[in-house]
Design a protein around this ligand. Structure first.
Ligand code: SOE
Length: 384
């Protein structure tokens, strides 16, 4: 039976545009869906020459230079949003109103109020929706989630995570425009909290449940930067670093840190979860490895086990579709797995997570963190 085309219209073509497009191509090859064939139908960005070059390089059939035209096109089924955070809401709501499925880069929105509007829009339209919190689908991380869900940890006491980078230490790095929109509070909404901690919070909630309350501290180390869009030196409105602790609904304690001022660290995302029977530790720099300590092991050989999650059996999530046992896959594969799961969600009617609604939970925690840092008080995270 011929497969049904699922025609993607992508807005933006930066780092995430490449990551998503690569995932669409790879998913069709390594995780073919029985029902859908992903088609790279159109890519949209303001600069016609640049977006045409991107379309040619990556295989998109057409281009647009105005996202409003893209979301109206009858030959697009899913709109994929890969532009700065301040554009997510408007595009998502318009795409949903035109009956398109909507995939959105993380974080969902500038803040929870925007996120709520986006959730309402996709749910009212009844369209498929998902947010690209890709790290859930690194096989070692997915395996950790399975162990937690199987109850192997027992009662959980602690969850700690950090995401460290060092690329903004330079004082003469401007803010605004192209890749540097992440430094501009108007475009990004926040700094490391929305950009990096959002990943940690998404994984944490997924693995360990709701975060109920938080107490946070943020710092902006470089207070003014040249702004590429205004041509002037402007105050910096983002958080350069954020540390928070909190309480999960299951009674366990949360401890999180993120910064772009940790010299030597490029993307060190780690998490650890400590239960009464078992602890798990993962580090993005060694992404295949899940460190496991099981207290129930025989005493003589009890200790931290280093599980290399590259077996090509279904016991190691996603790995049976790749190479032979022991051979590594990379960061890019987490996006490929997300596309594969999205297609499976369409086939089975059980939507792939995180949906917009799931991602709104992370957004609520982010708002609470920023409020706590501002007011120097504990903040209760509102229920969804
Ligand atoms: C920031 O440098 C960044 O690219 C984030 O925007 C991504 O979400 C993260 O995965 C890697 O770091």
């Amino acid at each position: 039976m011929p497969k049904q085309p699922l025609r993607i219209g992508m807005v933006g073509y930066g780092f995430m545009g490449r990551a998503h497009t690569n995932a669409y191509l790879q998913a069709g090859r390594f995780f073919p869906s029985a029902r859908y064939e992903v088609v790279l139908q159109a890519v949209c960005a303001r600069d016609a020459a640049k977006v045409r070059a991107f379309a040619e390089q990556w295989g998109y059939a057409s281009i647009e230079t105005d996202w409003r035209k893209l979301v109206e096109r009858k030959d697009i089924d899913v709109v994929d949003i890969c532009v700065p955070n301040n554009l997510h809401k408007e595009i998502a709501i318009a795409a949903a109103a035109h009956g398109k499925g909507v995939l959105c880069e993380k974080p969902l929105a500038l803040n929870a109020a925007e996120g709520r509007e986006m959730v309402e829009a996709v749910e009212k339209a009844g369209v498929p929706n998902m947010v690209w919190y890709n790290y859930r689908r690194i096989p070692a991380v997915s395996l950790a989630k399975r162990l937690v869900d199987d109850g192997r940890l027992g009662r959980v006491f602690h969850y700690r995570a950090k995401f460290l980078q060092d690329w903004t230490i330079k004082a003469d790095l401007p803010q605004g425009g192209q890749a540097l929109w992440r430094l501009d509070v108007q475009a990004a909404g926040s700094g490391v909290s929305g950009d990096l901690l959002a990943h940690c919070i998404d994984t944490a909630i997924w693995m360990n449940g709701r975060i109920e309350s938080v107490c946070a501290m943020t710092e902006t180390f470089i207070k003014e930067r040249f702004h590429n869009l205004t041509g002037k030196v402007e105050p910096v409105g983002i958080d350069d670093a954020c540390i928070f602790f909190g309480r999960f609904a299951n009674g366990s304690l949360a401890n999180f840190e993120s910064t772009r001022y940790a010299r030597g660290h490029k993307a060190q995302y780690t998490f650890e979860i400590n239960g009464e029977n078992m602890s798990l530790f993962w580090d993005l720099h060694d992404l295949h490895r899940l460190q496991v300590f099981d207290y129930r092991d025989e005493g003589r050989i009890r200790g931290w086990k280093s599980v290399h999650v590259t077996d090509n059996s279904p016991e190691h999530p996603y790995m049976d579709k790749w190479w032979v046992p022991g051979l590594a896959i990379g960061y890019d594969a987490s996006f490929t797995h997300q596309v594969a799961d999205f297609l499976q969600g369409l086939e089975t009617g059980r939507p792939a997570a995180p949906t917009f609604r799931d991602a709104l939970e992370t957004q609520l925690v982010l708002d609470a963190i920023l409020e706590s840092a501002r007011t120097q008080k504990w903040v209760t995270v509102p229920q969804l």
